[in-house]
Design a protein around this ligand. Sequence first.
Ligand SMILES: *Cc1c(COP(=O)(O)O)cnc(C)c1O
Length: 220
Amino acid sequence: MIAENLKQILQTIEEARSDALMARDQVTLIAVSKTKPVEAVEEALQAGQRVFGENRVQEAQSKFPALKEAFPDLELHLIGPLQSNKTKEAVALFDVIHSVDRPKLVSALAAEMDKQQRFPRCLIQVNTGEEEQKAGVLPKDLPALLALCAESGLGIEGLMCIPPVDEEPSLHFSFLYKLAQDNGIEKLSMGMSGDYELAVRFGADYVRVGSSIFGARDYT
Ligand SMILES: *Cc1c(COP(=O)(O)O)cnc(C)c1O
């Protein structure tokens, strides 16, 4: 089941990619395994999937260290909000962090990477819908946060967004694309189960797909 889902999604991505003008040459599918058991991740690994996403540090710690030893080419992405007091664990475990969104976190991550001499790639999460309850830097505050990252030696490879549920996602995807261009940022993390095909058409480098691979979740 998981193998079949992966195959179909990869095919959809490839079709959208080869069809759309704005699409990238290469798109990475992040299999979001939050709330799902290790067995589900193993099934995906058996099917050849190597890139996974989790939204909680603690849950990832309980699932991935052994898998990373067994599969040295496994790449683990943190896609959920990161508390400053969890930066040590996050830097030690994750290969990519998509949720950098405030000055305190930038300082904490830079210090922790220096200490561990381990350098996960980082993306800045942008709250493109300016939703009060949602994580991410406001678009108007992005340039200042990027300047701080540069000053702190924290390399930023891309921008990430989660469009508001009740809005047309393409507006947010194209907005994120423009923000990246305006700020000289290369990569885009956007698109989930409901809209990853659209995100690929709008230039996503990373799509983050959970339920379409692993099935519906009981909780988020
Ligand atoms: C859970 C989650 C996803 C995957 O969501 P699905 O709709 O199940 O594909 C993607 N991105 C983030 C940030 C998530 O928390």
